[in-house]
Design a protein around this ligand. Structure first.
Ligand code: C2E
Ligand code: MG
Ligand code: MG
Ligand code: MG
Length: 281
């Protein structure tokens, strides 16, 4: 009796596992197909100086319009792609698409405006990542001083020595480095001191609870103070209201990004956006 129940359980367990594996393979397949069918698109979210309201750059954010699934969030498909080889194809497509776009925009972008690309852990773990990005920028005739990369603490942890090499190589040629989602990983404080980075981006989960007078607020204010002392640039992500904006500005946060300022924009709207903010200023 007990034995057959055990067998049954095992059977159900493998069934569920099979279904999961199957679903993942299916999703991986549709990402690969989506790349071929040009279902991916890049949106660009402005970053501004909190003090002057000037646009300092845009973050490139990938979008997937799947004919079967509709709009799929990168929070859903990037982690999956990262578990397979697909992240390399997706990452390559993203970088080439952004550089192609930048090549078209370059003359019309105000001096100092950069485009930031999110780079996943697996991409950073490639032996030739820095070389690849540099040669791609040359191929598209984009000055490296127009580029920034955003990486997370997880990407650093995978192979710290190699990541350090990439970062030195990229910064030497003018690419800026931003530590994304700051505060959500670990070893953060060590990285701030030991890695060649320019900017710390404070995660939205802390900005969200800034008005609550609790731990999140304490963390944000200490990070801002620390970055000031270490001469690191700071960006807050996910600013959704004026209270958050004012608190951040008051405590020395340099830049901000979030729905209060602007949502991620399709490429076709970026130059218009720049023209309207210049008029407003
Ligand atoms: P992230 O790099 O931390 O990007 C910020 C995310 O917050 C974006 O979500 C953005 O649309 C969203 N966001 C910005 N302002 C606000 C706000 O005021 N309120 C709220 N609720 N959300 C806001 P998105 O575009 O869905 O991207 C999610 C994550 O997917 C990104 O987080 C990034 O880790 C990853 N990702 C996006 N594009 C790429 C890519 O091209 N390559 C890689 N490797 N990862 C990417
Ligand atoms: Mg980012
Ligand atoms: Mg982030
Ligand atoms: Mg985030």
């Amino acid at each position: 009796e007990a034995k057959s129940l055990g067998k049954n359980k095992y059977y159900l367990f493998t069934e569920a596992m099979n279904a999961q594996v199957h679903q993942r393979l299916e999703l991986e397949h549709s990402i690969a197909k989506g790349l071929q069918n040009r279902e991916f698109e890049i949106h660009y979210q402005p970053k501004i100086s909190l003090k002057t309201l000037e646009v300092s750059g845009f973050e490139a954010l990938i979008r997937w319009h799947s004919p079967e699934k509709g709009v799929v969030s990168p929070a859903e498909f990037i982690p999956l792609a990262e578990e397979s080889q697909l992240i390399h194809e997706l990452g390559h497509w993203m970088m080439a698409e952004v550089l192609h776009q930048l090549n078209e925009w370059c003359d019309q972008l105000p001096a100092g405006v950069r485009i930031a690309m999110n780079i996943s852990a697996r991409q950073m773990a490639q032996e030739n990542f820095a070389e690849h990005l540099i040669s791609l920028a040359e191929q598209f005739n984009v000055p490296l001083s127009r580029l920034e990369i955003e990486l997370t603490e997880t990407s650093i942890l995978t192979d710290e020595a190699l990541v350090r090499q990439h970062l030195y190589a990229l910064r030497t040629v003018g690419v800026k480095v931003c530590l994304d989602d700051f505060g959500t990983g670990y070893s953060s404080l060590t990285f701030l001191r030991s890695l060649p980075i320019d900017t710390v981006k404070i995660d939205r989960s802390f900005v969200m609870r800034l008005q609550e007078e609790g731990e999140s607020r304490a963390i944000v204010l200490s990070v801002l103070e620390l970055c000031e002392k270490l001469r690191l640039n700071t960006v807050a992500e996910g600013i959704e209201n004026h209270q958050q904006f004012d608190t951040l500005l008051e405590h020395g946060c340099r830049e901000g990004q979030g729905y209060l300022i602007a949502r991620p924009l399709p490429a076709a709207k970026v130059l218009d956006y720049l023209r309207t903010v210049v008029k407003r200023a």
